[in-house]
Design a protein around this ligand. Structure first.
Ligand code: NAD
Ligand code: ZN
Length: 345
């Protein structure tokens, strides 16, 4: 009998998360129950841990957190077809309605009524997760649980990287966090020419170079112009992916883009930040905001690429048993790790 379970909850309005006993969720007719095996810690979870202004405004107290997971289906709602008990899966953590114009046009990722598990709704840092069957993404045997647990952020990277054609193009990625590094691996995989990644954190640039074939640039010490000249690039980067949320990084990207260049922006700047709009106009730059993953096109492409040689495993730098979750959060908070994965047994 499944009665109660371990879960990591935001129980108090202060720094931290707390391991608690919670009832196993009851599923509705269109849901499945997933036994969680591995979860990834996301930057979002760090905001919730830190209980910053955004988290305090957004996350209801008592919520079970977490949205990056892989597990196994253990129960099916009575309307669910096409899935089976025992099936390994990950899933899309954005819960969407089917009411909006966007959803009804099949653009589920643009539904304005989106709610996130582990942010607005009960999350995946628990032994069991209730998820609409619609959101389930079955995992092929080639994709193990720890990779399954980072498909959410890999999906952010894939969504951003596939926003513009990269074949034969020179690509600049600002921010060598886990998502920037995985985006570099995707850009390589799909056939970009030069992939340059910037950061001010040398540990992260070193990690980027271990994960994939990129040119890491520490912009605190190196001049990007010298790097561009060294690569014998004549004009500038064709495509930029902003993955830091840092204003200086965006300015630098705009400066180093070709006339008519394209920028996909995933990084979230804290509050408002000034932008040199006339520079964007005169360089005829296209800017695209990127949110989440395309449901389910990004998932399809990502799994196909993983089955066909895309390798991001080295971006996982730390693995902990869930009992040691505090160590995992501390490593993430220190800022030089890649992905941190928790094992739920
Ligand atoms: P992260 O915070 O781990 O990485 C950001 C990196 O940017 C850090 O390594 C930091 O040192 C670096 N950086 C800081 N200043 C810089 C500068 N001037 N130039 C270059 N790099 C600089 O973040 P992550 O988890 O990899 O996520 C990347 C970004 O995407 C974050 O801003 C995150 O909030 C955002 N995000 C957005 C979505 C979405 O749906 N839009 C989803 C997930 C994450
Ligand atoms: Zn995430």
């Amino acid at each position: 009998m499944r009665n109660d379970m371990k879960a990591l909850a935001k129980s108090k309005p202060e720094t931290g998360l707390w391991m608690e006993r919670r009832p196993v969720p009851e599923i509705g007719p269109d849901d499945v129950l997933i036994r969680i095996r591995k979860t990834g810690i996301c930057g979002t979870d760090i905001h919730i841990w830190n209980w910053d202004d955004w988290a305090a405004r957004t996350v209801p107290l008592g919520l079970v957190t977490g949205h990056e997971f892989a597990g196994e289906i253990v129960e099916l709602g009575r309307n669910v077809t096409g899935l089976s008990v025992g099936q390994r899966c990950s899933g899309e953590g954005h819960l969407i309605s089917n009411q909006s114009r966007q959803s009804r046009a099949g653009k589920f990722h643009l539904d304005p009524a989106t709610r996130g598990i582990g942010v607005n709704e009960q999350g995946a840092f628990a032994q069991y997760l209730c998820l609409p069957a619609f959101n389930v993404v079955p995992l092929p045997d080639e994709i193990d649980d720890e990779i399954g647990a980072i498909l959410d952020p890999l999906g952010n990277a894939v969504h951003t990287a596939l926003s513009f054609d990269l074949v034969g193009e020179d690509v600049l990625i600002t921010g060598a966090g886990p998502i920037g590094i995985m985006a570099a691996a995707v850009a390589r995989h799909v056939g970009a020419r030069h992939v340059v990644i910037t950061d001010v954190n040398q540990d992260r640039l070193d990690l980027a170079a271990q994960v994939t074939d990129v040119v890491p640039v520490n912009v605190a010490r190196q001049d990007l112009r010298d790097v561009v000249a060294g690569l014998k690039m004549k004009q500038g980067f064709d495509v930029g992916m902003e993955m830091s949320g840092n204003q200086a990084a965006l300015d630098q990207m705009i400066e180093h883009l070709v006339m008519g260049g394209r920028i996909a922006m995933l990084g979230i700047p804290p509050g408002k930040s000034p932008v040199d709009w006339s520079r964007i106009v005169f360089k005829a730059i296209t800017l695209k905001g990127v949110y989440g993953r395309e449901i389910f096109e990004t998932w399809y492409k990502m799994i196909a690429m993983l089955e066909n040689g895309l390798d991001v495993r080295r971006v996982i730098t730390h693995r902990f048993q869930v009992e040691d979750f505090r160590d995992g959060f501390e490593v993430m908070r220190a800022g030089s790790s890649g992905k941190v994965v928790l094992d739920w047994g």
